[in-house]
Design a protein around this ligand. Sequence first.
Ligand SMILES: Nc1nc2c(ncn2[C@@H]2O[C@H](COP(=O)(O)OP(=O)(O)OP(=O)(O)O)[C@@H](O)[C@H]2O)c(=O)[nH]1
Ligand SMILES: [Mg+2]
Length: 469
Amino acid sequence: MTEPLPLTDRLLAGDPRAIARAISLIENESPDGAALIGRIFAKTGRAYLIGITGPPGAGKSTLVDKITAELRKRGKKVSILAVDPTSPFSGGAILGDRVRMQAHAEDEGVFIRSMATRGHLGGLARTTAEAAIVLDAAGYDVVIIETVGVGQDEVDIVRTADVSVVTLVPGTGDEVQALKAGIMEIADIFVVNKADREGADRTAASIEMMLSLDDAMSEGWRPPVLRTEATASRGIGELIDTIDRFREQSSDTLGARRRARAEWRLREILGRRFMQHLEANVLQPGEFGQWLDRIAAREVDPYGAAATVMAQAVGHALPTSPEKTSGGFSGVIGIDHVGIAVADPEASLKFFTGVLGLSSDTPQDVKGQNTRVRFVDTGDAKLELVESIAPGSPIATYLDKRGPGLHHVALRVRDIHAAIVHVVGAGIRMIDKEPRRGAHGSLIAFVHPADTHGVLVELKQPAAPGESH
Ligand SMILES: Nc1nc2c(ncn2[C@@H]2O[C@H](COP(=O)(O)OP(=O)(O)OP(=O)(O)O)[C@@H](O)[C@H]2O)c(=O)[nH]1
Ligand SMILES: [Mg+2]
């Protein structure tokens, strides 16, 4: 007995069961699916991706069926991805598509697959683009993608297909809808299907008119407006000829279109992966919800929350403003000042200003603390001379216990609420669980020295420019 060939080999050989298995792996977003894409990607890029979109019931599936028949006559291998808005098991539309496309069931040159959007917006399943890569690798010349006809969110097709065919029907005002939904911008080719019905000419004419109003259409490809009667296979040959013509004339820009698509895909995948990383490795259980609560309560703004989470994730603070910053998981961006408990303010001041020649600002009383503070400018971090102005103040207690001298170090933070959340989240106690007003309109909070190994640490968020007084 021989070992069964690996999935990749069977897929590249065009085995339909391997294709089905590969697409399932991708749909389930399993790591095996991603690995598979990695192995086959370099071999792809040959298939032409045709997107068929339009409102529900416009005849997209019928059209796809007939296009497939015509392409088979022309010797092409054709695969179809029919995107369905519901779960893969709930039925209706998929079953309808299956029955409609039954004619190709026995044809080895045709592969048909339904994909559920699973709530993903944009008219495509999240993994439709990857499924198309699988079909490309399996040797299909054409991948036809029929998108869910929601009318509003079909822009995804542009980011996935090489040509977008927008299908409309006569007399339903779809042409106006189309404009509203921005379909005008995404169509490379318009099809007015059900041309056997009354009003097809009028519908085609009004699309033509809208196109003529669009300045951007004046040069380059102007989307042709075709008429088809899918049920009777009328106009199908012309549609395929038009697709071929578009393919030929857009061959110069196909690279750019695919690159734009690659950018969109990569950004989307990175965004999703980064979020997954945050949820799995960075955020504590329930932390995300806590951020939401804090934002809802206006305790922290979404940018501040994002900056803190990002900082935790990448290991250093990311600047929210262009100002130069240093690292720090907690959003610490520097030493603001060093606090010095002074027993004799005049004597201290004489040393710093008189002897060292530094300048000091006017003293300020900090309400609720019974202290008076004076900042000495060193050219870098400041020195904060703190004196007691009433017995029993924290500084008075400190002076009694330890005498004058170094009292605390104040670290400047970008967002004090976020910093407190971070510190508390690390199991460190705060003296101030909520920030309070410090001197000059700043917001400050002290970390409990019992948890900081003997150093009294103040977190300080300076007043925003114009806010201090
Ligand atoms: N009269 C007429 N009926 C058509 C034509 N093409 C399709 N139909 C019918 O229109 C109905 C809808 O066709 P589908 O092909 O399922 O349309 P669809 O756009 O795929 O529909 P959804 O996928 O549900 O959005 C079916 O009953 C078709 O037989 C046509 O050219 N003329
Ligand atoms: Mg359909």
